[in-house]
Design a protein around this ligand. Structure first.
Ligand code: MN
Length: 325
């Protein structure tokens, strides 16, 4: 296990402080909330006065984590003084958003993170750009401190590590991630219940919207491309809003033989929001760029003003030209 250069200094800072502000990044994910809450439980056990803050609310599916209800938003920090500010999973200071002023006002700051681009913005920095999740670095910290992995901590660290590794399927999933989860299971982690909550349960509006999209599924490019579309009428019929389309494009992408896929989502203002996916050697960032968008080679998107029919035809022309290359 990698020993962090700054771990002893981080532990000293925690021991010496009485009032501690824990914070994490905007639009928090499982690693952000899970890592922060794991540290929260440890510090409470040490008798510290701890406040957890985030610029955005905790997402609904993470509210089942023990302690999730203690998070406050930045306005609740006004007039409060802290001895120490501790940021978790925030790749740079801008990522903590409106909690930044409270972070700056603390006389001493520490951070723990796993983003390789982290500029080491705190007084003490426990950063390992090779770790699969901030939750892995938190686990090392607790091991170093000799802290017991309680059931609450196990649940929080599982949420952190499982979400940042795409439920142990992304390229970053390493031996350490599995070794830590083995420890969490030994600590009593209810694996089936936790993974069902995090990865299977969906809102009704999402499933109804998916049903509408699946009805439009079309294959083209000799079976190598697939697409689906959504219109404002679909959102209305499904009682859905924008975030309910997350992940729908994958149903087109995950068909046997398909190499590129898109979801074209017509909006009320006449713009079409497009999500694109690909397998190597194809490049959907190039397709998105033609329409003012961008992203990664294998996952990209754009928003473009065009009639839905014409937009689909234009996208398909670009995708088919890659098949011929
Ligand atoms: Mn992370």
């Amino acid at each position: 296990m990698i020993k962090l250069f700054d771990t002893p200094a981080l532990v000293d800072a925690l021991k010496n402080a009485r009032r501690i502000l824990l914070c994490t990044h905007i639009n928090p994910d499982g690693d952000a909330i899970g890592s922060t809450l794991a540290v929260y439980h440890v510090l409470k056990k040490m008798g510290k006065d701890v406040t957890c803050a985030c610029a955005d609310p905790v997402p609904g599916k993470l509210m089942m984590l023990p302690g999730a209800e203690v998070f406050v938003q930045p306005d609740a920090l006004e007039g409060q003084a802290f001895d120490l500010a501790f940021a978790l999973d925030a790749a740079d200071k801008g990522r903590i958003g409106a909690v930044g002023s409270a972070f700056d006002q603390a006389p001493f700051s520490v951070q723990l993170d796993h983003h390789p681009t982290n500029p080491l913005y705190a007084d003490v920095n426990a950063v390992d750009g090779h770790a699969a999740a901030s939750g892995c670095v938190v686990f090392r910290l607790l091991t170093y401190m000799g802290m017991e992995i309680t059931l609450d901590i196990a649940k929080c660290l599982y949420a952190a590590i499982s979400t940042d590794t795409g439920n142990f399927s992304f390229e970053n999933t390493d031996g350490e991630a599995f070794a830590i989860v083995a420890e969490l299971v030994r600590a009593g982690l209810p694996l089936n219940e936790m993974s069902r909550n995090l990865f299977l349960l969906q809102e009704e509006a999402h499933v109804r919207l998916l049903g509408r999209a699946l009805n439009t599924l079309r294959i083209f490019g000799n079976g190598q491309c697939a697409c689906m579309r959504l219109t404002p009428a679909d959102y209305q019929a499904a009682a859905a809003s924008g975030e309910h389309s997350d992940g729908i494009v994958n149903y087109a992408m995950n068909l046997w033989g398909v190499k590129m896929a898109y979801l074209a989502d017509e909006k009320e203002d006449g713009m079409v929001k497009v999500s694109l996916r690909a397998l190597p050697p194809f490049n959907v960032a190039k397709v998105a760029q033609k329409f003012g968008g961008g992203g990664h080679v294998l996952a990209a998107g754009c928003r473009y003003q065009m009639k839905l029919e014409e937009m689909c035809a234009a996208l398909e022309k670009e995708m088919c030209s890659q098949l011929e290359e």
